[in-house]
Design a protein around this ligand. Structure first.
Ligand code: NAP
Length: 417
C-alpha cells in the first residue's frame, strides 16, 4: 500500500509533537511519509532532520502531498490554508476547533465538492476519541444530551485551586507544560470549551457551524473559597459545556458549574477531559482521557491520518445533514438551581433583606449558611437555591446589588449529572 504523503503546517507545540510521534518507532508509522513542514521559523525544541522546510506555509499546498495537517491555530489564515488545500484535492486534518466552529459547514461542503476529507478528531478532547465516536460509533443512537469538561487547561487550573493553589500560578504552569491554547484567554474565558461543544452539538443535533451565539462564561471569577463552600455539600466546581435537545430546540452553554462529587465527571482531575452522552440505546455513555498536550493531540491527529490511509475502503467519518437546523433555546428561559455567594456588611437586618428579595422573586432556599467574618469585617453568606428560571435569578441579583449592604455577589449554576 502506498504511504500517505503528509505536509505539516505550523511548527509549534502540537506540530512538533506530531512530528516526534511520526518519526518514532511505531508500526503505524509505516503508513506515513512526512514530505514537508511549513514553518515560518525554526523551533529549538525539535530538530526536523532532513525534512523539507518551507517558510511560506501556503507553499505546502503546492507540494506532492495527500494530506495537509493544519496546526497553525486561529481562524482566518487557517481557513484560507484549509480552503486552498481542499481545492487542490488534498485531504485536511486539523486540531483547530476555532476554524471548525466558525467555518465548519462551508469547509465540509468544500471537501465534499472536491471529493476529499476534512478530519478534526483532535479539535475536541485532543487525542481522547470523541468526534469519530459521535459521528460513527453512536450512529444507531438518538442523542439527548452531551455534557463535557472540554478544556484541559481549565480543568488543570480548577483541580489545582481545589488543592489550594492560586489561579495565576497554575495558569503559568499550564502554559509552561504546553496545555494552554496559543491565546490562553480562550481557555479561561470559556471560549475554547464553547467551540468544542458547538462542534459536538453540530454532529449530534445539526445545530450548525458556524454555531449560533450562546451563553459563554469562564472561570476567572472562581475563587478557592468556592471549593470550600461546595465541599461542605459534597460538591466541587468544574467548567462544563452542555448541548441538549429539548422540545423547543437545542440548549447550548459553556460555564462553570457545581457538580456532586460522586457524579461521573467530577472526579476527573488535571488536564483530563470527559464527556457524558445521554442516549436512547446505550443510556449514559462516558468517555474520559487527556484533553491537552502534544502527545495526546498527536494521538488524535494520527488516528485521523490512519483513517485516511484506509480511506479507499471506508469513509473515515459521517457528517451531519446541515440543511434543517433546530432553533437555539434562549439561555434566559433555562431553569437551574444556583449557588449564590454574597459578601455583605455585618449589620442587623441584612439576612432579612436578602430573604425578602429572594421571596419577591419566588426563589426558594435549599440551604443558607452565614460564615465567619472575613478579614475586612464583611460576612460571606452562601445560599443554595431551589430551581428557578435564569431570567428571574438575574433580576434578583440586580436587586441585591442595588443595596449598599451587599458588597459582592456571584452565582454558580448547579448541574445534576
Ligand atoms: N496545545 C494543545 O494541547 C492543543 C490541543 C488540541 C488542539 N490544539 C490546537 O492545535 C493548534 C496548534 O496549537 P499549538 O499549541 O501547537 O500552538 P503553538 O504552539 O502556538 O503553535 C502554532 C504554530 O503555528 C505557527 N503559525 C501561527 N500562525 C501562523 C501564520 N499565520 N503563518 C505561519 N505560521 C503560523 C506558529 O508560528 P510562530 O511560532 O512563528 O508564531 C507556530 O509554529 C491550535 O489550533 C490549537 O487549538 C492544541
Amino acid at each position: 500500500m502506498a504511504k500517505l504523503k503528509i505536509g505539516i503546517c505550523g511548527w509549534g507545540n502540537v506540530a512538533t509533537g506530531l512530528y516526534e510521534q511520526l518519526v518514532s518507532e511505531n508500526e503505524a508509522n509505516a503508513n506515513f511519509e512526512i514530505c514537508c513542514i511549513g514553518a515560518r521559523r525554526d523551533n529549538p525544541i525539535c530538530d526536523p532532520g532532513s525534512t523539507k522546510i518551507l517558510r511560506d506555509i501556503f507553499a505546502v499546498v503546492e507540494e506532492d502531498i495527500d494530506v495537509l495537517v493544519e496546526l497553525i491555530g486561529g481562524v482566518e489564515t487557517a481557513k484560507e490554508l484549509i480552503t486552498r488545500a481542499l481545492n487542490s484535492g488534498k485531504h485536511v486534518v486539523t486540531a483547530n476547533k476555532a476554524v471548525i466552529f466558525e467555518h465548519g459547514e462551508e469547509l465540509i461542503e468544500l471537501a465534499f465538492k472536491n471529493k476529499v476529507q476534512l478530519l478534526f478528531e483532535s479539535a475536541v478532547c485532543a487525542g481522547t476519541p470523541a468526534i469519530k465516536i459521535l459521528s460513527n460509533d453512536l450512529i444507531a443512537n438518538k442523542i439527548f444530551k452531551v455534557a463535557g469538561m472540554l478544556n484541559g487547561t481549565t480543568n488543570f487550573i480548577l483541580s489545582k485551586m481545589e488543592e489550594g493553589a492560586s489561579y495565576e500560578s497554575v495558569l503559568q504552569e499550564a502554559q509552561r507544560k504546553g496545555y494552554a491554547e496559543p491565546d490562553p484567554s480562550l481557555d479561561v474565558n470559556g471560549t475554547d470549551a464553547a467551540h468544542k461543544i458547538g462542534i459536538l452539538a453540530a454532529l449530534a443535533f445539526n445545530s450548525g457551524l458556524p454555531s449560533p451565539n450562546f451563553y459563554i462564561e469562564g472561570i476567572e471569577n472562581i475563587q478557592t473559597q468556592d471549593f470550600t463552600y461546595a465541599n461542605d455539600f459534597n460538591m466541587t466546581v468544574k467548567h462544563l459545556a452542555v448541548a441538549q435537545l429539548n422540545e423547543n430546540g437545542v440548549e447550548l452553554r459553556s460555564h462553570p458549574v457545581m457538580l456532586r462529587k460522586d457524579s461521573s465527571l467530577a472526579g476527573l482531575k488535571g488536564v483530563r477531559n470527559g464527556i457524558q452522552f445521554d442516549t436512547n440505546l446505550l443510556g449514559e455513555f462516558h468517555i474520559a482521557g487527556s484533553g491537552a498536550g502534544k502527545e495526546s493531540t498527536a494521538s488524535g491527529l494520527i488516528s485521523d491520518l490512519f483513517a485516511l490511509s484506509r480511506y479507499s475502503k471506508s469513509p473515515p467519518m459521517l457528517y451531519p445533514d446541515f440543511s434543517s437546523k433546530p432553533p437555539l433555546q434562549n439561555f434566559d428561559d433555562l431553569i437551574f438551581k444556583y449557588y449564590v455567594y454574597l459578601e455583605v456588611k455585618d449589620e442587623p437586618g441584612v439576612l432579612a433583606l436578602i430573604s425578602k428579595i429572594f421571596a419577591d422573586h419566588t426563589i426558594g432556599f435549599d440551604k443558607v449558611i452565614q460564615k465567619d467574618q472575613l478579614e475586612n469585617n464583611n460576612v460571606p453568606v452562601v445560599i443554595f437555591t431551589d430551581p428557578i428560571v435564569e431570567s428571574e435569578m438575574q433580576i434578583a441579583l440586580k436587586a441585591l446589588d442595588s443595596h449598599q449592604e451587599v458588597l459582592n455577589s456571584k452565582i454558580i449554576r448547579i448541574e445534576d449529572l
